[in-house]
Design a protein around this ligand. Structure first.
Ligand code: FPP
Ligand code: MG
Ligand code: MG
Length: 384
């Protein structure tokens, strides 16, 4: 099925399927974050008051529904006992009383939707954990990139300083880890811990960029592009792919089904970052809600520049010196606009979106599957 053909599919608004769950998500994350120190609470919650896209939770919830009617592991038993995930998290364990559990606990029940698709309480919690890990990485990323804005707000580092922003991110990760442990699923814990490691590895690959300039000519270009794609998987693909897989794992899916949604998430994640790298050249800061044109300023050669390099070999020295000399940034930008770099970046994103849809088509048809397909198609025309 091609991208065009699937467009004739019945239009499904994801909000109809998981709108309520998403609406509750912010409040639930708030409950997971309460800290003994009111200011730490403020820093950790900072980005949740902005205009987040909530892509990862949306995917986790829709994958939960789409896989709920797919084959299950024969030994999987649906547990009705969700007590461990409902226990409130306190900064001081001794302060928890049974009354607290009753009053402040997050009360979840499995929800049924149309077509017999359902979301388990553990999968809803996973959606929250995924968004918390993502937000933690943004708090750290804005420190590394010295970014002043995010989600149309002053960044956490701009508001509270670098030290507090880093600690706020650490705290989010720690609370996400507690919530993860309470899911009592070792495979899911391993998947989400792997993607935390991958986030750091991806960011490190970006900082070190060890492959660039090592090999000259065609081989050098190919190495650089492969390195860029591997980094892209690490910094964006992994969290999306593992979150989708973990959602299927929590629902007791077979390995075949969890691999299908992993592949879907991997291709979607790669396409998502390719579009992000394209928008950095084409969209204003006002539309993005964060600084535009940031990548060249940070010395980063992303897909549009790497494709432009194929047409303009003169870009090579600029890439190698990370656009550090006077006029480099403007010159590189001109090469990108004069080349097919942006078109080719979009083309590669389209290819990954198609592969993501091919994966989804291996799942049984459902409204949730249609919503995931439409979400993947919409990704290509997003402006922020
Ligand atoms: C945004 O990229 C950043 C990421 C996708 C990941 C950043 C990861 C780290 C900083 C490692 C630390 C991780 C954890 C879990 C604490 P970008 O800078 O290209 O995009 P932007 O334009 O949104 O800033
Ligand atoms: Mg950044
Ligand atoms: Mg960054």
């Amino acid at each position: 099925q091609s991208l065009v053909e699937t467009e004739t599919e019945r239009m499904i608004d994801p909000a109809q399927l998981v709108g309520r769950d998403l609406w509750e998500l912010k409040g639930n994350i708030g409950k997971l974050l309460g800290s003994g120190h009111p200011f730490l609470d403020t820093v950790a919650k900072h980005y949740f008051s902005g205009e987040g896209k909530y892509v990862r939770p949306l995917l986790v919830l829709l994958v939960a529904q789409a896989t709920s009617i797919a084959p299950k592991q024969p030994e999987w038993v649906h547990s009705q006992d969700y007590q461990s995930i409902d226990t409130p998290i306190s900064h001081n364990l001794e302060n928890i009383t049974s009354k607290d559990t009753f009053d402040r606990g997050i009360h979840y029940t499995p929800s049924m939707t149309n077509q017999g698709c359902s979301i388990l309480p553990t999968q809803r919690r996973l959606a929250e954990i995924s968004e918390m890990i993502h937000t933690a990485s943004l708090l750290h990323d804005d420190v590394i990139d010295a970014s002043e804005t995010r989600r149309n707000l002053p960044s956490a580092n701009a508001s509270f300083g670098n030290k507090m922003a880093v600690l706020g991110g650490d705290f989010l990760l720690a609370r996400a880890s507690i919530a993860l442990a309470r899911l009592r699923n070792a495979e899911c814990t391993e998947l989400m811990a792997t993607c935390i490691a991958n986030l750091v590895e991806g960011e490190f690959m970006q900082l070190k960029n060890t492959q660039d300039g090592k090999t000259a000519g065609e081989k050098g270009k190919r190495n650089t592009f492969d390195y860029y794609m591997e980094k892209t998987y690490m910094k964006t693909g992994s969290l999306i792919a593992q979150s989708c897989k973990a959602s299927a794992v929590l629902g007791g899916s077979t390995h075949e089904v969890s691999d299908i949604v992993y592949n879907f998430g991997r291709h979607l994640g790669l396409a998502f970052q390719l579009i992000d790298d394209m928008l950095d050249f084409t969209v204003s800061a006002a539309d993005l809600g964060k600084p535009a044109g940031a990548d060249l300023k940070l010395g980063l050669a992303t897909a549009p520049v790497l494709f432009a390099w194929e047409e303009f070999p003169a870009l090579e020295p600029l890439i190698k010196r990370k656009f550090s000399e006077e006029g480099d940034e403007e010159q590189a930008r001109l090469y990108v606009y004069q080349s097919d770099g942006l078109k080719k970046t979009l083309g590669l994103a389209e290819k990954h979106c198609q592969l993501a849809i091919d994966s989804l088509n291996q799942l049984p048809p459902s409204d949730a599957r249609s919503a995931l397909i439409q979400l993947t198609q919409k990704l290509l025309t997003r402006r922020s």
